[in-house]
Design a protein around this ligand. Structure first.
Ligand SMILES: [Zn+2]
Length: 256
């Protein structure tokens, strides 16, 4: 099995999974068609779509033009056209030799899905390495509940995010939690990668649990960072949702 992030647009990744004999392929979130047509010699077994934003679905018409009849698996949302199958939370999705479970993860958008299976998580714009998606259609409580679900997956899970935001997210994460040794180590590795221009993804869920402030809202050092440095901090006895909302708002205004 080969997992490949195909860079697209300014900082998107289209995920491409192929099996060892090259018989089957799976494409996730094709924001554009051209690099996928270049990467694959035969039609994919299916296209998975996590949410309706154009930079995740814009390539679907071009792919279907070349490869008519390719299954397109998408959330229950009319803003994602051309779907051949709509799935909702908990539904099993079989693509060639691979089985995935759809997980409803609202927050970035209200109908956002993630797909989990084979120790892989395709999570679109919900979870990023060292960050999380902006709350375009959801509340902090919804996004936090979605991230809690993802955080409960096995630590070995390889997290396949929709964007290469890791370097700027790392600067924010260090502002939140400057004394986290795991984060310092990861930042060092990222610095080396930056020189080579290599994709920082997929990331391992265990590393995210150790370093990503949005998965660490219950950690005292993260709350101390918010209290001391965020433009608006909640009261000490505020809810987790309120702490999470303050962290997300801080990031929204953070110049990395
Ligand atoms: Zn998006």
């Amino acid at each position: 099995m080969r997992l490949q992030p195909i860079p697209a647009l300014s900082d998107n990744y289209i995920w491409c999974l192929t099996d060892d004999d090259g018989m089957h392929a799976l494409i996730v979130d094709p924001g554009v068609a051209a690099p996928v047509l270049e990467a694959l010699v035969a039609p994919p077994a299916a296209i998975l779509l996590t949410h309706h934003h154009g930079d995740h679905i814009g390539g679907v018409p071009g792919l279907l033009e070349c490869w008519p009849g390719t299954p397109v698996i998408a959330p229950e949302d009319p803003r994602v056209p051309l779907a051949t199958r709509r799935v909702s939370d908990g539904e099993a999705v079989q693509v060639g030799p691979w089985g995935f479970t759809a997980l409803a993860v609202p927050g970035h958008t209200r109908s956002h899905l993630a797909f989990h299976g084979h120790d892989l998580l395709f999570c679109g714009d919900t979870l990023f390495s060292l960050g999380c998606g902006r709350l375009f259609e959801g509340t902090p409580a919804q996004m936090l509940a979605s991230l809690d679900r993802l955080a409960a997956l096995p630590g070995t899970t390889r997290v396949c995010c929709g964007h290469e935001y890791t370097h700027s997210n790392a600067r924010f994460a260090r502002a939140v939690e400057p004394d986290n040794p795991a984060l310092a180590r990861l930042s060092e590795e990222l610095h080396t990668m930056d020189q080579t221009g290599k994709a920082t993804l997929p990331t391992r869920l265990a590393d995210e649990l150790a370093c990503n402030p949005f998965l660490r809202i219950d950690v005292p050092a993260v709350r101390a960072g918010i209290r001391e440095r965020a433009p608006a901090a909640p009261a000490a006895d505020a809810s987790r949702d309120a702490w999470f909302g303050a962290l997300r708002a801080w990031k929204d205004g953070f110049a990395a």
